[in-house]
Design a protein around this ligand. Sequence first.
Ligand code: NAD
Length: 262
Amino acid sequence: MGLSSERLKDKVCVVTGAAKSIGFGIAKKYAEAGASVVLLDIVPEVRDSAKGLADAGYSARAYVIDITKRAAVLELFERIAAELGNIFCLVNNAGVVDQRPFLDNTEAEFEKMFRVNVYGTAWCIQGALPSMVKGGEGKIINFSSKSGKTGSSLMAPYSSAKGAIIALTQALAYEYAGNKININCICPGITDATGVWGNVSRGYIENLKLPRDEVVKKFTAKVPLGRLTDIDDVVEYVFFLTVSGDYCTGQAINISGGREMH
Ligand SMILES: NC(=O)c1ccc[n+]([C@@H]2O[C@H](COP(=O)([O-])OP(=O)(O)OC[C@H]3O[C@@H](n4cnc5c(N)ncnc54)[C@H](O)[C@@H]3O)[C@@H](O)[C@H]2O)c1
């Protein structure tokens, strides 16, 4: 099927970490295409984000959920499917980052990176899959990172967790290909005006002892296309994988201006 947003009309699309930044951008794009959008986030502000979309005339609702709590996640997805119908699309955008020298990394830090980024993604997929299988179609888009392909210095737990998301994506792409469910992941480069880059840039300022503008210059210089990633760059690819890309599964797609090429 070609690139047609018509395909999303009234389809149930769930986006995690949708209170702000990339997640909200994706939810808004789906809403504008006529989908019935469900915004999930651990912070209550997600209700205001969904209300803004609903007030503009779109179909949007929000639930506050911690995606690391498996039982609560499975229960919520059952409720969403019962109230709205089969889930067509799940975007596992929620994620957390941390930055410090490896020898200072504690067990708690490693656990947090894996619990939110990997387990949270896995639980949401377990929640959404039964209704996708029932509906005979589905699109799952996970969030890895450039750091999941080529690990980032000072970010060993995050890089390891994002690498695990690529393997999880591939395993499930094989397992559910026969159910017409496409499972891919996105590997963004440094994305401007987001929470993750806010935390990472603060870490670099502290760990590399550089002022913010030098940090931005240093990392922009590594990008062949000469700028950091915009939220819209990521939103466009996620949208493509949702409304088209039917012959694409198990892929880890770089959205990094050429910073990552494999
Ligand atoms: N921003 C970047 O530079 C960049 C680069 C590569 C990959 N990524 C990935 O893209 C995704 C989005 O990044 P962002 O910068 O927009 O993030 P962000 O920090 O701006 O937003 C993430 C959202 O996830 C939510 N969240 C965190 N823990 C949660 C939990 N346990 N349960 C439910 N929600 C939770 C947060 O409340 C927040 O609203 C992440 O997976 C991130 O790792 C980001």
